[in-house]
Design a protein around this ligand. Structure first.
Ligand code: COA
Ligand code: ZN
Length: 326
């Protein structure tokens, strides 16, 4: 399928290669009304593993009371196939979660806290200060175990409880965790409040202040700006993107949350522009086609319906006769 995209004649205004982390097994399945059985989760992660992703966020080690749908995190991690070249990461909110995660040997752990006080309390039942302290202890603990750490900062582009979030707060948390040894930071638009020039400004600011810290951008398409925001980030040099197959996803503790930017649309956009993602779009679309059976509902993947941009169709049958000889 990538052959369709190989003759792009236009110039690029951003990096020629990007990495995609599919977070659907975590961000997607945490909010689905059905609890997907363990074997279904394992099959989903395994199918994604053969699409060419740099990373897959396979599950989260949260409390079963908070996120009942992912209570089988250990079983998932023990049963998935570890395909060489794919980094398997897991979301972790506290020290208890880190202990559980480390017992499953992830390639990386993705710690999480919110940059807005109210969303942190609603989602993690801790103050930001309590989360900050736990995350610092977790970075040290993961370091002792030799496991690289990424920190996902939620609500950096806006909070559904508080509205605007202070850029200084965002950059302050990013700096703190980078100084403590986090190899990467993810800026998360938890409820799709980001808009393109805001994304560009924050990404530029981040890369200027923390040039040695891997920056990932995590976008939700809640208000239809997901791909526009991804473009804005890419134009500032961002090379790492979270996305969810089928556009699944959302935080159960953020009012109005809905799907992540859809991986297939992001991959298709980059492929159209001639940006290498490493992802096989055909294989990914097969996985997306299997999602309604997995989550027991229709999913509205526009790209699955329309097909890639160079999928052509037979013209109407009457035309051959009507234009005969012309
Ligand atoms: N994994 C499993 N169990 C955990 C746990 C974890 N990471 N953290 C706490 N628990 C257990 C405790 O052992 C305790 O069990 P007990 O009642 O049998 O003694 C119970 O949960 C309460 O522990 P406490 O430390 O008081 O946690 P809490 O109830 O205040 O919840 C979090 C704190 C962070 C664990 C919880 O809010 C959470 O998991 N949030 C994640 C939300 C999320 O993933 N949102 C979407 C992604 S951003
Ligand atoms: Zn998310």
């Amino acid at each position: 399928m990538s052959a369709n995209f190989s003759h792009n004649p236009y110039k690029l205004a951003g990096p020629a290669r990007v990495e995609i982390n599919d977070v659907a097994p975590r961000d997607g399945l945490q909010i689905e009304p059905v609890v997907v059985p363990t074997h279904g989760k394992v099959a989903f992660v395994n199918a994604l593993s053969h699409c060419g992703f740099a990373r897959i966020e396979a599950t989260s080690f949260t409390s079963a009371k908070a996120i009942p749908a992912l209570a089988d995190a250990e079983a998932v991690m023990h049963q998935i196939e570890r395909v060489p070249g794919v980094r398997y990461t897991v979301l972790v909110p506290n020290l208890r979660g880190l202990e559980r995660a480390l017992s499953c040997h992830p390639d990386e752990v993705n710690l999480v806290m919110s940059t807005s006080e109210t969303h942190n309390r609603a989602n993690l039942r801790m103050t930001r200060e309590q989360s900050r302290a736990q995350l610092l202890a977790m970075i040290a603990e993961a370091g002792r175990a030799g496991v690289p750490v990424n920190v996902s900062l939620s609500t950096v582009f806006g909070c559904p409880f508080e509205g605007e979030v202070s850029v200084e707060d965002v950059m302050g948390f990013a700096q703190t965790f980078a100084d403590a040894g986090a190899a990467g930071i993810t800026l998360c638009d938890t409820t799709g409040m980001a808009y393109p020039n805001q994304v560009a400004a924050l990404c530029e600011d981040f890369q200027k202040r923390l040039p040695d810290t891997g920056l990932t951008i995590h976008l939700h398409n809640t208000r239809g700006m997901g791909l526009a925001n991804a473009m804005a980030a890419w134009q500032t040099g961002v090379t790492r993107f979270d996305a969810a197959a089928g556009g699944l996803g959302g935080c159960p503790y953020a009012p109005g949350a809905s799907g992540n930017v859809s991986t297939e649309e992001l991959v298709h956009m980059f492929a159209s522009m001639g940006v290498e993602t490493g992802v096989d779009l055909g294989a990914l679309l097969d996985v997306v086609a299997s999602l309604p059976a997995l989550v027991e509902r229709d999913i509205s993947s526009q790209l699955l319906r329309a097909g890639p941009r160079l999928r052509t169709h037979q013209p109407p049958a009457w035309m051959a006769e009507h234009f005969q000889g012309q």
